[in-house]
Ligand binder design. Structure first.
Ligand code: MSP
Length: 522
């Protein structure tokens, strides 16, 4: 049995509606998943919702609902959102599902039996907003706590703790020996800096029911529920286990039976996450996995954060981008394209409406859209839509763009891959300007030259559809449909030059990215 390429997103807190940041992460992950499938790999893509913990309980209370009913209602919106983005996820985890809860309890029982937990009474500071214990080390130079922690209270509480103390050195060694484990490099250096300059505090893995009851009960103590992060991180293995991942089930000697079909997913190939939750994924999660006897994920890929107009995205100040509104107005592909083209995976990004419109106009409408529309329209007008004999003038350019795109996709460099693809768009538009097929068409003596030019143009459009499929799948499918090709542009191998055969009749061209100013006012 071969192992699938297993890729995950962070699971979102279900305490409101999805925004640009959530959408970006899911689209990045979807493009990587689609690209790998296009390149011939079997892929399992997991996304979902983090439904336990204080944030969700408080949000439910604020609406006067019980937390499960609150989560059920919102989960429907989030699932619809995943569909709106046309994510190709293979499963959707909700941490309130029995398949996840029973697995978390099985792990807790195993680690407890192995002596990994101990009880301790803690007296100190606690951030309710971040559900985390703080020490004096967390204070800023002026003695205050970061406002991100919200209200910080004094607390005395007995809890279960997970031993992290002895784990620091092997983790440092592992990160140093495996440069691709945390990417980009500057995030890796951040984690190494943290681990080298601080002593790891043990992790509190429980919350007393008396204070918070919206969580998975500890199997060995009914007075406690599981700390939300211990619950949430485990989704990355509970779902493989639910699908019958033999490695995960064997390591945990899980008593959970069933398992229709055996599958090999773990270790994950990529965990795509935001920079704010790097410590949970790059420090706590590896240590948890080691304690469970499971291998570490191959890569943690941390993206940056979006701002809007240079300011933090915030519901309270109204500074938001509503992905659904943008998609309804401009189309899904325009949204997917903008976020992927604008922001490389790593640094922070800034959404501006003007920037969005400008990329739509310049790169989508005038660049790609114009190329495809004029190429197909000219074939229709001058040759009745019938593809002429093969000609290879643009084949080297297409080959170069294809090779570059493949190499960049294999490294998850999505913005770079879009740049490589657009170099072919520009080359082909330049080719139209240089060869002037509209002039050739006026001179019967140039018929053969016109055939060559038209072949090169429509075949380039076809290759572009294949290269674009992971990024803007609706557009790629439209190009194939306008070329009257029955297959989907979802196999990278089809980017090889010469796919269009002489004598094939294309369909009807239609603008891919209508100019907005052409549209009658609503
Ligand atoms: N529930 C936890 C993750 C558990 S993963 C085992 C969580 N949820 S979250 O809803 O707050 O964030 C989910 C993801 O969205 C995170 O990766 C986070 O970085 C990302 N983003 C939230 N706001 C963002 C931006 N403004 N920009 C980009 N990504 C952002 O954390």
């Amino acid at each position: 049995m071969s192992k699938a390429f297993y890729i995950t997103t962070a699971i979102d807190y279900v305490n409101g509606q999805p925004h640009l940041g959530h959408a970006y992460e899911k689209i990045v992950t979807d493009v990587i998943a689609r690209a790998r499938r296009s390149l011939g790999q079997e892929v399992f893509f997991l996304t979902g919702l983090d439904e336990h913990g204080q944030k969700v309980q408080q949000a439910a209370q604020a609406e006067g609902k019980n937390p499960q009913a609150y989560c059920d209602a919102l989960a429907a919106d989030w699932k619809a959102f995943a569909q709106k983005l046309e994510l190709t996820n293979n499963d959707f985890i909700r941490t309130t599902e029995p398949r996840h809860k029973e697995f978390v309890q099985a792990i807790l029982a195993k680690l407890h039996a192995a002596g990994q937990f101990y009880t301790k009474t803690y007296e100190g500071f606690y951030s309710t907003k971040e559900e985390t214990f703080l020490t004096d080390k967390d204070r800023r130079p002026d003695g205050t706590f970061d406002p991100a922690y919200g209200e910080v209270i004094k607390l005395q509480e007995t809890n279960y703790w997970f031993k992290l103390g002895e784990q620091q050195q092997w983790l440092i060694d592992y990160i140093e020996a495996n440069p691709s484990f945390i990417q980009p490099d500057y995030r890796r250096n951040e984690v190494l800096g943290f681990l080298k300059n601080n002593t790891l505090e043990d992790l509190c893995i429980s919350r007393p029911v008396a204070r918070l009851n919206w969580g998975i009960p500890l199997p060995f103590d009914k007075d406690y529920v599981t700390y939300v992060w211990f619950d949430a991180l485990v989704n990355y293995i509970s779902i493989p286990a639910a699908h019958g991942d033999t490695g995960v089930l064997a390591a945990l000697q899980s008593p959970i039976a069933n398992r229709q079909s055996a599958i090999e997913l773990w270790p994950a190939d990529v965990h795509v996450i935001g920079k704010d939750i790097l410590k949970f994924h790059a420090v706590y999660w590896p240590i948890m996995l080691k304690a469970m006897g499971l291998p570490l994920p191959k890569q943690i890929l941390a993206h940056g954060w979006w701002q809007k107009d240079g300011e933090k995205i915030s519901k309270s100040s109204g500074n938001i981008v509503d992905p659904i509104a943008v998609i309804n107005e401009w189309g899904l592909d325009a949204f997917r394209f903008y976020v992927l083209r604008e922001l490389d995976i790593g640094p922070d990004g800034n959404w501006t409406d003007a920037g969005f419109k400008s990329r739509y106009q310049a790169e989508l409408a005038n660049g790609l859209g114009n190329l495809v529309n004029r190429s197909l329209s000219m074939l229709k007008r001058y040759r009745n839509g019938v593809v002429p004999a093969r000609s290879d003038e643009l084949a080297p350019d297409a080959g170069k763009a294809t090779d570059a795109t493949r190499a960049l996709l294999e490294k998850n460099e999505l913005q770079g891959a879009l740049l490589a693809i657009w170099s072919l768009v520009s080359r082909a538009n330049q080719y139209v300007d240089q060869t002037k097929p509209f002039n050739l068409a006026k001179d019967p003596a140039q018929a053969k030259r016109l055939d060559e030019v038209l072949y090169n143009l429509v075949e380039t459009c076809r290759v572009l559809a294949v290269l674009l499929w992971p990024f803007i799948p609706q557009t790629a499918a439209k190009i194939y449909a306008q070329l009257n090709l029955a297959s989907a542009p979802d196999k990278f191998s089809a980017a090889t030059w010469g796919g269009l055969s002489a004598g094939h009749t294309i369909g009807d061209p239609a603008p891919l990215f209508p100019r907005k100013d052409d549209k009658p006012a609503a």
